[in-house]
Design a protein around this ligand. Structure first.
Ligand code: IDP
Ligand code: MG
Length: 168
């Protein structure tokens, strides 16, 4: 009995320590047009991350300006809005242990020429204005961006079968 309780407590501590996070990730119009969505998605799946929401959508100007609001004063803002509204994007919510910073590492630096090889931008892109993917940079951005693109009922919480083989 005592063993059972100790085991349970261990499991609970582990669950709390796991830091499950959700990030907003979006393949930009160039990724969709270049038909590399599958390759990009595979990187997240193979790492052990879980897709809990996804949709293809053509972002309109208002949504683009709101999403990139922090850059509204930057010289590249108009080009950025044109780029992101030019053709459909593939928006996702991806979940996992420490997912927000982990996904930023998988995505690589903003400038694809400086991004390490082995990252998505480092392997598939050349220019800052064609850097193929977006990922939230903090828990606050993730929360804001997820709610900008998805309703609560579009996010699917489900148990994934290989969980015990991904997390100890
Ligand atoms: P991030 O996407 O790595 O978070 P941010 O600095 O948040 O990078 O910039 C948002 C997006 O704006 C970038 O992904 C890129 O597409 C575009 N961008 C950022 N800086 C420049 C620039 O100097 N020239 C052109 N586009 C830029
Ligand atoms: Mg950013």
């Amino acid at each position: 009995m005592l063993n059972l309780i100790i085991n349970l407590i261990h499991k609970l501590i582990h669950e709390v320590k796991k830091m499950m996070e959700k990030s907003f990730v979006m393949m930009k119009p160039d990724a969709v047009q270049r038909r590399i969505m599958g390759k990009i998605l595979t990187r997240f799946e193979e790492k052990g991350l879980q897709v809990v929401a996804a949709k293809l959508l053509k972002i309109d100007e208002d949504l683009a300006k709101e999403h990139y609001g922090e850059h509204s004063e930057k010289p590249f803002f108009n080009d950025l809005v044109s780029y992101i509204t030019s053709s459909p994007s593939f928006a996702m919510v991806i979940k996992g242990d420490d997912a927000i910073s982990l996904i930023r590492k998988i995505v690589g630096a903003t400038n694809p020429k400086e991004a390490d090889l082995g990252t998505i931008r480092g392997d598939f892109a050349m220019d800052m204005g064609r850097n193929i993917i977006h990922a939230s940079d903090s828990p606050a951005s993730a929360e804001r961006e997820i709610s900008l693109f998805f309703n609560e009922d579009e996010i699917c919480e489900y148990k994934i079968a290989d969980d015990p083989w991904i997390y100890e």
